[in-house]
Design a binder for this molecule. Sequence first.
Ligand SMILES: Nc1ncnc2c1ncn2[C@@H]1O[C@H](COP(=O)(O)OP(=O)(O)OP(=O)(O)O)[C@@H](O)[C@H]1O
Length: 311
Amino acid sequence: MTTSFKLVLERGAVVTGKWKQRRYRVDRLLGEGANGKVFLVSRDRSWYALKVGSSAVDLQSEVNVLQSLAGQQLRRRDAGEPFLIDVDDLQARDGREYPFYVMKYVKGVKLSDYLRAERREWFPVVGCNLLKRLWELHRAGWAFGDLKMENVLVADYGRVELVDYGGVTEFGKGVRQFTEIYDRGFWNAGSRSADAAYDLFSFAVLCVQLHEGRRLQQLSAAQLPQTRSPEELLKLVQANPTLKPFSGWISRAIAGGFRDTGEAVSAWQAVMHRIGTYHNSQPAPRWMKGLFVACALALGATVYWIARTGL
Ligand SMILES: Nc1ncnc2c1ncn2[C@@H]1O[C@H](COP(=O)(O)OP(=O)(O)OP(=O)(O)O)[C@@H](O)[C@H]1O
């Protein structure tokens, strides 16, 4: 999706908040979507992500969700700073005013890019970390809503961050924003009412999208609305060697069969355990394994030298 507004902020441009007068220096565009453009900015030697929207109403609803999440003290153990930093308006060169908010900069890459090529084996770990992120939201009574590839960023060691809180919806209300292919209603698998199972369904589709993206696209385009069914999704899961061990988990998620997300996390970890993936969510990176081997060789050489010299 692309934005309908043309605001351009060049590298080096300074954004000054109209109300609080805080100044942010623009580094580059991080991404854009239907609701706005997100820029990497700096202030007092710290990096942030600044989201500018064309519509104050849409941006305000995202801000409300973020404020409410902060209010519920939805802070993770590893989150040093709050996610929402600032809210203000800026005046562009064309004289128009745009609302913006500033949030924590998530230094990561898109999920699909992270798992590409040699990092495919990280899929179970990254999946587990993503489920835990969803669990945090669900415990606070919110569904993420618009879970999709673009809204999941992965940092070092498979750490996962969710971005774009525009779809976050209180449990029980109609999901505010969704993307068809990940939507439970689209697949005739349930309602669009916000609950934990709604996100778990999207998570299951995300798994299929990651490993059978082309076939999923073909499937969704070929089916008539009334013939789309979760069983068709499950056929793609069965046909894929990476997904097959998770087929029981995925079919349960698709059927809304988990009591809550905590149970979904435990079941996912049980599969990881069964197939022998690290169940530690931060497996040792390759350089660390190399370092371990080098240290072991050095130790061996020292022991040999001591034995030879009789020290
Ligand atoms: N906090 C952040 N840190 C780093 N990158 C970010 C951050 N927030 C957003 N981005 C990047 O900017 C992109 C667009 O942001 P976002 O999804 O919030 O815009 P949107 O207009 O709501 O998009 P959509 O059309 O998907 O609803 C994201 O896909 C991501 O790559």
